[in-house]
Design a protein around this ligand. Structure first.
Ligand SMILES: [Zn+2]
Length: 456
């Protein structure tokens, strides 16, 4: 790759919006220099305002194939648990080829929406009958291949899933494709990390699925193993998504899930608590102080009827947070941020709740907060247009009526739903004029897979 020079009329830098910003990008895909007030001087001119690419901290790629299939009312009322039954049936037939094809389609859609990195919380490890594949990393390899092919940055988080509920309850048959014992899991982590050296585009971490799915001893072992191999690796866990889960945790341990983790698991900035929807004010204050990231997935949490994250208190306590798309019922960072703010407005009956301080744009506060927390949770060199960071540039389609923070307010709260025009990841244009070069081929394969799965 040749060094590249670009110039943008307007770009969001760490210090705020700046005009006539020149970007020098090295052959390694990292930013060498970012200079506001610069001359064009042979640099390629970008067609609109530039944002740093957004990370997507929580994805289960295969669930993209299910989006929109669970929107019928059942006889006994629908909730997270009835949705989970449908999800278990859907994944019964997925092959490794299918997983790669669905992930490829999904990652192209993410790139086109302005996500330049993804945290894949990967738990579909085994064959449909529950036996491990000859290569226990067979499905993880398909995720790695899809990320590589599409050009999205990846933090692969292999999932430890060993039990069906709190207290080491046996798994149910629908969970057999997820299961690993602790030694097998630690070996899987070693295998994928040995085969794929980390690059600015690729990071590894782990994901103990939830306190339902691992025992305290397994959690301790998995965390000790990854900290030994890679001290700063991210650790993600689903926590407090559902009220029933909180009640089951209290019955098991006497503590709520967030409380239990804060008391027992040495929580710090390496951790990402996915959802963390249901928390007491004490938990909110403690979680904010821990430095961990709250991994919010507003569209999925709304779709599943999970509940509303106490963002106003958590943000006031300066807690770190980021966004993910989880089940991929929506694929748009601006939509996630809009829902996050609107959930607070609807419960509190006020406006502009999540702005950093009085007089500051809500959209800019949300976008910048999500950039920082998501980069932290993915442990990727993203989230800022600054030297040493990856050259992840999102060029907006601009009608020339908004500038600076008003661009973000319009992107998040305005009616324009196709605001991203071009996307560069690691110095390579992956989306140009809303087109990814692999999108036709990916969509054809994706349709064939879905038609086969849904016909069965
Ligand atoms: Zn999830």
């Amino acid at each position: 790759m040749q060094p590249i020079s670009l110039i943008a009329a307007e770009a969001l830098l760490p210090e705020g919006w700046r005009r006539d910003v020149r970007f020098e990008i090295g052959a390694d895909g990292l930013l060498i220099a970012v200079t506001p007030g610069a001359e064009e001087n042979g640099a390629e001119r970008l067609s609109g305002p530039v944002l740093p690419g957004m990370g997507n901290l929580h994805s289960h790629a295969f669930q993209r194939g299910m989006a929109g299939l669970a929107e019928y009312s059942g006889p006994d009322g629908d909730n997270f648990w009835s949705w989970r039954q449908l999800m278990y049936r859907f994944l019964e037939r997925l092959t490794p080829d299918d997983i790669e094809i669905i992930a490829t389609q999904l990652y192209i859609e993410m790139l086109k929406a302005g996500y330049t990195a993804v945290g894949e919380f990967h738990y579909l490890h085994n064959a449909p009958d529950g036996r491990p594949y000859d290569d226990p990393a067979a499905t993880a390899e398909r995720i790695l291949a899809a990320a590589d092919k599409t050009g999205i940055g990846l933090t692969l988080l292999p999932v430890l899933y060993a039990h069906g509920n709190f207290g080491g309850a046996p798994p149910v048959p629908g969970q057999r494709r997820f299961l690993f014992d602790i030694d097998g899991f630690n070996a899987l982590v070693d295998t994928v990390m040995d085969r794929h050296p980390e690059t600015p585009m690729l990071r590894f971490g782990i994901a103990p699925h939830s306190l339902r799915a691992v025992t305290p001893a397994q959690l301790e072992s998995a965390v000790a193993h990854i900290k030994h191999c890679k001290p700063n690796a991210p650790i993600h866990i689903h926590v407090a998504e559902q009220e029933r889960e909180v009640a089951d945790c209290v019955a098991w341990s006497g503590a709520r899930p967030i409380e239990w983790l804060l008391d027992h698991a040495d929580i710090d900035e390496r951790w990402c608590f996915i959802h963390s929807t249901h928390q007491t004010e004490t938990e909110t204050q403690r979680l904010a102080k821990s430095g961990a990231v709250a991994g919010l997935c507003p569209s999925t949490e709304a779709n599943l009827g999970d509940g509303i994250f106490p963002a106003a208190s958590y943000f006031a306590a300066r807690g770190h947070w980021g966004i993910g798309t989880d089940s991929h019922i929506a694929l748009d960072p601006f939509e996630e941020l809009r829902l996050l703010e609107y959930s607070q407005r609807l419960t509190m009956r006020q406006r502009n709740i999540l702005a950093d301080r009085v007089g500051i744009s809500t959209g800019a506060s949300l976008y910048r907060g999500a950039l920082a927390g998501t980069a932290q949770a993915l442990a990727q060199p993203i989230g800022q247009l600054a030297p040493g960071y990856r050259a992840d540039l999102v060029v907006l389609a601009d009608d020339g009526t908004r500038h600076g923070d008003a661009l973000l307010d319009a992107a998040i709260f305005g009616p324009n739903r196709q605001i991203v025009r071009d996307v560069m990841v690691g110095g390579v244009w992956r989306v140009k004029d809303r087109h990814h070069k692999a999108e036709e081929d990916a969509a054809t394969r994706y349709r064939a897979v879905l038609n086969r799965l849904l016909a069965a």
